[in-house]
Write a protein that binds this ligand. Structure first.
Ligand code: PMP
Length: 360
């Protein structure tokens, strides 16, 4: 008689699940969300549009309206836009069509955890090429590893979560010309860094650009992400993606968010960028921790004198939830927090101004 253990793939059984302990706190800075919430104009218009829909019917088989809107928004062709239930779903679909046992994928840890998890669930091999001391991508080493392992894909998050570093255009070009696998460029935080590699898609059909509505677009709960890819790749991805993967509430909300981006969301992004500068300047006065520069809406904080766990707990005691990232490779002395509203950032700054390592 077989047990469940016999049935589940060993590659899955040995994995640790990706989880996050929930905490109900007034100041939530642990998931890189937009702290201002979704603007009410977007909510009102979305509700108005979905009220007229027949909920008994499936959403569109191919979400052509949203594809067209996103194509225009991002500057790419509609038949190269793949919409997912969060960008996580596009990551999963891409890796599903590429990875099977024995297939290598290059990544540089610390990075977004879902990549390793998905590659391992699929039985593939993660080839981790650590970054340089300043956490920048070691592109020559990544290219060497890719050639050595005949990797199917390379993951580059720009800005990277949790380090906040970007990949520069010459580096990306070096990857695209020196590596013949799929280059997955995850731009979940691109609105905060003025970088846009979409124009390269026309010349490099092996480039994939991933975007999300969970960060700048203030819609993590709506679950919308998208991939900008070559049309041939979009056709293959559609085979691996579940039919009707995105419900029509989310399709409509995403469309409204794009239509109202300039008036409703762009000002929030600009405010987050101003707050990033203000936090960076103010935290430089705190001598017992060091804030790393970031191109995203979050910061890594080096805390060599107080353990990340203790710092996490002390902030939680003040109603501020951050992320203890000390279990990520190379980040044993780090925590991460996203930029909050001005009031939330003031609470964080007050904590650091009024606390000393001896207080722990
Ligand atoms: N990529 C990166 C780099 C991320 O940090 C995240 C979310 N933390 C995602 C993708 C997933 O986003 P989504 O909510 O669109 O699935």
């Amino acid at each position: 008689m077989r047990t469940l253990d016999d049935l589940i793939k060993p590659s899955v059984r040995r994995l640790a699940a990706y989880t996050l302990t929930p905490h109900r706190v007034p100041i939530k800075l642990n998931q890189n969300e937009n702290p201002f919430g979704v603007p009410s104009a977007i909510v009102t218009e979305t509700l108005r549009r979905i009220a007229g829909r027949d909920w008994a019917r499936y959403p569109d088989f191919v979400p052509t309206d949203l594809q067209a809107v996103l194509a225009h928004f991002a500057g790419w062709r509609p038949d190269g836009v793949v919409v997912g239930n969060g960008s996580n779903e596009i990551i999963q679909a891409l890796l599903t069509i590429l990875v099977s046992p024995g297939v290598a994928v290059i990544l540089s840890e610390p990075t977004f955890t879902v990549y390793r998890l998905m590659v391992e669930v699929l039985g593939g091999t993660v080839v981790n090429v650590p970054p340089r001391a300043d956490f920048s991508y070691d592109v020559p080493a990544m290219l060497d590893a890719a050639r050595r392992t005949q990797a199917a894909a390379m993951i580059l998050c720009s800005p990277n979560n949790p380090t906040g570093v970007t990949v520069a255009e010459p580096e990306l070009r070096a990857v695209l010309s020196g590596f013949d696998g799929l280059v997955m460029l995850d731009e979940a935080y691109h609105e905060f860094c003025n970088q846009n590699f979409v124009p390269l898609l026309a010349d490099f059909p092996r480039l994939v650009v991933l975007r999300t509505f969970s960060k700048a677009m203030a819609m993590a709960g709506v679950r919308i992400g998208y991939g900008l890819v070559a049309p041939e790749l979009a056709a293959e991805l559609t085979k691996a993606k579940l039919p009707y993967n995105v419900n029509f509430f989310s399709l409509v909300a995403a469309q409204v968010a794009v239509e109202l981006y300039d008036t409703e969301l762009r000002p929030l992004v600009e405010q987050i960028l101003q707050e990033r500068e203000r936090l960076t300047a103010a935290m430089s006065d705190v001598t017992w921790v060091r804030l790393l520069p970031s191109h995203a809406n979050f910061h890594l904080l080096h805390t060599p004198q107080v353990t990340p766990h203790r710092l996490f707990e002390a902030l939680l005691g003040r109603g501020i939830l951050i992320r203890d990232v000390s279990r990520y490779p190379l980040l044993g002395e780090y925590v991460r927090f996203n930029i909050g509203t001005p009031d939330e950032n003031n609470a964080l700054l007050d904590f650091f101004a009024s606390t000393h390592p001896d207080d722990f």
